[in-house]
Write a protein that binds this ligand. Structure first.
Ligand code: SAM
Length: 475
């Protein structure tokens, strides 16, 4: 979800107790130094940055909101498509110019770090730390070396069985707490760099996950999003040996948890017990993100996705037969090597058959060490034309599906308020955005809203009941 490129500048929000706990354990390592971290890419990167920020806070570093005030600048990067990776180098070029006379400690983290490795020092000589996500557990010792004055440090090992566990996590979203349950990826999709940049799959045991959920509830969070590149490939290494569906149910049963989401699911591991868990646990949101990538079985085989169009449609059928309406979103790549107009047409007809509630669509971007020898055969203009056609068709479908909700009463969590418009902005369980006349004090509350209008990307409505009180979503 939100799999399109996002760029997030992590604002200065450390949980107060955590800051205090951090200050206690900090010793003088960070010496009151400041850091600024900018994040590119998926929700997993956003959450990794929250944990990196917690690690730094525990060493006495203080977060700041801009490059100028920072002693340490970190970019947590994404290399899923070429443009995302190039953006990082253009940022590093800007830093080089801006701080020529006032050098800062600059670090590159995440997927570009892993992919480019020490080559980053050549292209951006001011960089002193290069660390991939599979080496985040080593961050404290890498920081020790950096603080001791070592010029260049790398953390690039991929062979690990460890997950990145931190005592402190700085959480930037006041409503939704991210929680990684599985890291890395063992799939070998022919388009994807993730197995090369994030290392092998490793799952956290259920007892740790559930303990973290309970802590989050104690901290006032009511919505939890479980994360993993292939979240439903999670395997329990604890004696409880829970299945993924059982884990979902156990999280949803924790008193105080009101919403649970999970991403990203792979169709191969999407089983009917997940749908049954959603049906029987109201706290599991009415939403499944199930990336299909292509509607053509021939292209799916070339992509090494491990399912056919028909097998994918069986999973969709299972979701559509749930007792409650579940919204379905997906990811689609257009112009994968060898995709003919007929293959693309299969993707277009899939849109009509499934009627997705949301689609994240991308032009194929060939990545290093992927594609099992395939080329990049579809011309750029053709990819652009296919993407536009697909987005146009999907816009019409979304408009129809959203309009069908007019008149319904939906529970929303108010996430923000727009003073200029006097509008509250909320999110439904099905992950739709809804705008309605409101007040700043409503932010963080769960409210019932009657849908009065719909566009392809959001709804409008009016308040139709509200649960008062505090601590119901705010922190
Ligand atoms: N792990 C998830 C899976 O396999 O379904 C997807 C994670 S990826 C970060 C998010 C999305 O980016 C993918 O689902 C895919 O649609 C898109 N993507 C990945 N590699 C791509 C590439 N080389 N070119 C264009 N889009 C790509």
């Amino acid at each position: 979800m939100g799999t399109d490129l996002v760029q997030i500048t992590t604002a200065e929000k450390v949980q107060p107790e955590e800051v205090r706990a951090g200050a206690r354990t900090a010793s003088t390592l960070g010496n009151g130094k400041t850091f600024y971290i900018e994040t590119f890419g998926c929700a997993m990167n956003v959450h990794d940055s929250e944990k990196v920020a917690g690690t730094l806070a525990a060493r006495g570093y203080r977060p700041v909101d801009n490059h100028d005030e920072a002693d340490l600048i970190l970019y947590n990067t994404c290399s899923i498509r070429e443009k995302a990776a190039e953006k990082v180098f253009s940022r590093l070029g800007m830093l080089q110019k801006a701080y020529r006379n006032n050098p800062k400690i600059i670090g590159v983290l995440g997927c570009v770090a892993q992919q480019e490795g020490e080559g980053i020092f050549e292209r951006a000589p001011q960089v002193r730390l290069v660390c991939g996500s599979a080496s985040y557990t080593k961050l404290p010792s890498l920081l020790d070396e950096l603080e001791a004055g070592k010029r260049r440090i790398t953390g690039l090992g991929l062979e690990t069985e460890e997950c990145f566990e931190t005592e402190l996590t700085r959480r930037d979203n006041p409503f939704r707490a991210y929680l990684t349950i599985i890291e890395g990826c063992d799939q070998r999709c022919a388009f994807c760099v993730v197995p090369m940049t994030r290392g092998p799959e490793r799952s956290r045991p259920s007892d740790r996950i559930l303990a973290e959920c309970r802590r989050l509830v104690d901290d006032g969070y009511t919505e939890i999003q479980l994360l993993g590149q292939i979240v439903n490939a999670w395997k329990d290494s604890s004696p409880a040996r829970l299945s993924f569906a059982e884990l979902l149910a156990r999280v949803a049963e924790i008193a105080g948890v009101r919403r649970v989401r999970f991403a990203t699911s792979h169709p191969r591991y999407f089983t009917s017990d997940i749908v049954q868990a959603i049906d029987s646990h109201p706290a599991l949101c009415d939403q499944v993100h199930l990336p299909v990538q292509s509607g053509s079985t021939r292209i799916l085989a070339r992509m090494l996705r491990g399912y056919t169009r028909e097998e994918y449609l069986e999973k969709i059928d299972c979701i559509r037969h749930a007792r409650r309406a579940i919204s379905i979103s997906t990811d689609i790549i257009v112009g994968f090597c060898g995709e003919t107009p007929e293959d693309f047409e299969q993707t277009m007809t899939l849109l009509d058959v499934v009627e997705y509630d949301q689609v994240f669509s991308f032009k194929y971007s060939r990545r290093p060490r992927t594609a099992a020898g395939w080329g990049d055969t579809v011309p750029e203009e053709e990819k652009a034309a296919r993407l536009a056609a697909l987005q146009d068709r999907q816009r019409q479908i979304q408009l129809r599906r959203n309009q069908a909700l007019v008149g319904q009463k939906l529970e929303v969590l108010v996430e923000s308020y727009q003073p200029r418009l006097g509008q509250a902005v909320g999110r439904t369980s099905s992950n739709r955005i809804i705008n309605f006349p409101g007040a700043p004090a409503w932010v963080g509350r769960y409210m019932d809203v009657r849908v009065t209008g719909a566009g392809p990307h959001s709804l409008v409505g009016v308040e139709d009941g509200r649960e008062g009180g505090s601590g119901d979503g705010t922190n």
